[in-house]
Write a protein that binds this ligand. Structure first.
Ligand code: UDP
Length: 334
């Protein structure tokens, strides 16, 4: 394949780029570097620009004879989406629609889209199958659902072949510790806990321990970022014109916030102080995938099933790059 990875300088996209390259595919990355890092792009060519820039995208698609687009570029923070929904509608909906138009205009009709379990909202029961009603409870989840619906309509009307991959909690880092997760500010549980282990934060705050869950803290399904990449490769090989695949990507196993902190203590050997704080608005108590459809139709199963192996890979990255990618940028300026 000749693949345009939109958002390929970001956390999940940059891991995808490496996998595509390792599998022998041609890779071009389009990223505006608003949250991504040029240093995270370890293969292919990086084009810095906006996915809403029709002229740039159409030229890039044609110039590189792109046949498949993988679209990772999105704002993805639930809390921020509530406070600043305009940013989410503009980036996740409006700019994505421009990207879709550029692909339509140039006849590129294969697309893999990063969707999310946030499209399900607060599910009545877990595990969550693809049949669970999609009733998002925040703008982030809703913007992703809007694009899922657009893709469905584009498939029916224009022959687009697409996959909407509904991620659960992406975590972990490349096995060699070369690329990993770096957000500023960081809001995700595992990197925050590991920053405590590194001495960069004093403690981690558990957002509520009075949820209706086995230990009172929220339960999530953590999926290794390289397992997500493998699922994208499998999905891309099964795209068919006019058809869509809508698939959950998770391990099917849930772990509580307390269990994750405990596992981080075991992996790092650090005490990692924690305190209990109030619930975070918008947090569903439990999000765990029914991942059976992915196995059935993609022939995909995650390799990293236990949180130890996911956290170990993240720990390797954080130890090797305690300042994330900033260190590379400082080196460049100097
Ligand atoms: N969480 C927490 N303390 C933190 C960050 C996160 O207790 O400092 C909890 C959060 O409430 C959720 C889980 O950890 O239940 C995973 O949160 P994260 O932000 O990593 O991912 P999300 O599930 O929101 O996509």
């Amino acid at each position: 394949m000749n693949v345009l990875v939109v958002g390929g300088a970001g956390y999940i996209g940059s891991h995808m780029v490496r996998q595509l390259d390792a599998a022998g595919h041609k890779v071009v990355v389009l990223d505006n570097l608003s949250t991504g890092f040029a240093e995270a792009v370890t293969a292919g060519q990086l084009v810095v620009g906006e996915m809403a820039d029709r002229h740039l995208v159409e030229r890039t698609l044609c110039e590189h004879r792109i046949d498949t687009v993988m679209h990772f570029a999105a704002c993805a923070l639930v809390g921020e989406s509530v406070v600043d929904p305009a940013k989410y509608y503009q980036n996740n909906v409006q700019a994505t629609l421009e990207l879709l138009e550029a692909t339509r205009e140039t006849g590129v009709n294969r697309l893999v889209f990063s969707s999310t379990c946030a499209t399900y909202g607060i599910p009545a029961k877990v595990p969550i199958s693809e049949q669970t009603p999609q009733e998002p409870v925040n703008p982030y989840g809703f913007t992703k659902l809007v694009i899922e619906r657009a893709l469905e309509d584009y498939a029916a009307a224009y022959g687009l072949g697409y996959a909407a991959l509904r991620y659960f909690n992406a975590a972990g880092a490349s096995e060699d510790g070369r690329i990993g997760e770096d957000h500023d500010p960081e809001s995700h549980l595992i990197p925050i806990v590991l920053q405590v282990a590194l001495g960069q934060r004093e403690q981690v705050t558990i957002f509520g321990d009075d949820w209706d869950t086995p230990d009172g803290t929220c339960v999530r399904d953590y999926i290794h970022v390289d397992d997500l990449g493998a699922a994208h490769l499998a999905a891309a090989s099964r795209l068919e014109p006019g058809k869509g695949l809508k698939v959950n990507l998770g391990t099917g196993c849930g772990f509580s916030v307390k269990q994750i902190i405990e596992t981080c203590r075991a992996v790092t050997g650090h005490a990692i102080p924690s305190v209990v704080g109030p619930r975070r608005p918008g947090d569903p108590p439990q999000l765990v995938a029914d991942a059976s459809l992915a196995k059935e139709i993609l022939g995909w199963e995650p390799v990293h099933l236990d949180p130890e192996s996911i956290i170990s890979s993240a720990w390797k990255w954080h130890q090797a790059n305690p300042q994330g990618y900033k260190i590379y940028q400082r080196a460049k300026v100097a």
